[in-house]
Design a protein around this ligand. Structure first.
Ligand SMILES: [Zn+2]
Ligand SMILES: [Zn+2]
Length: 199
């Protein structure tokens, strides 16, 4: 796992992670104050700091661009949102992602309430999906126990990943195997589950 940014708001960090995932970068959020897998490595990280992590350092520059883009035109946040209550819309099946009700542009899953990146309209993506496809389409967004279960092994293998021990790129290797560089065992689904649901 590779750290790209820190946020004070967990909701904002989660929306950034969803934005990166929507753009093909496996990303998740670690609560640095309570995480067992990321020891607090720096006293400067205060309680309540949320770290945005990605599965490969090769995506670092692209991730920073996407973070910057989202910060320049930030999504609408509902004050009542907590970690557990935002649906992870990046887990939606692609055919269930709706278009903007005003300009018909494809919506971004990191903007559940807008504003639309093209026309600035606000909307409620969750309600639109519910109305258009029913509750089953949304169920996958609340699935905390087995994230990415809707992806095939082939799709999982196509997501860039570095060896968790030595950072060697694991391109072209199977779902689970040994790192050719350091010999560490890896399982892509387990590693992505740790990134998506680390605490
Ligand atoms: Zn629009
Ligand atoms: Zn390795």
């Amino acid at each position: 796992m590779h750290r790209v940014a820190n946020f004070t708001s967990s909701v904002m960090a989660q929306l950034h992670a969803a934005n990166l995932r929507e753009h093909g970068i496996m990303a998740g959020v670690i609560d640095a104050s309570i995480s067992a897998i990321t020891p607090i490595y720096n006293a400067a990280i205060a309680r309540g700091q949320y770290e945005l992590v990605i599965s490969t350092k090769r995506a670092h520059d692209r991730a920073l661009e996407l973070i910057d883009e989202l910060e320049r035109n930030p999504p609408i946040i509902d004050e009542s949102w907590e970690d557990e209550t935002i649906p992870d819309l990046s887990l939606l099946s692609k055919e269930h992602v709706p278009a903007c009700p005003s300009c018909n542009t494809w919506l971004c899953v990191s903007r559940p309430l807008g504003p639309c990146i093209k026309c600035g309209a606000s909307y409620n993506m969750e309600r639109m999906i519910f109305d258009q496809h029913g509750p089953d389409a949304l169920a996958v967004c609340y699935e905390q126990t087995e994230p990415l279960s809707n992806l095939t092994n082939e799709e999982i293998c196509s997501i860039d990943l570095d060896c968790p021990s030595c950072s060697y790129p694991l391109d072209g290797l199977p779902l689970e195997s040994h790192c050719p560089e350091c010999g560490a065992w890896f399982n892509r689904r387990d590693l992505f589950r740790n990134i998506l649901n680390p605490n």
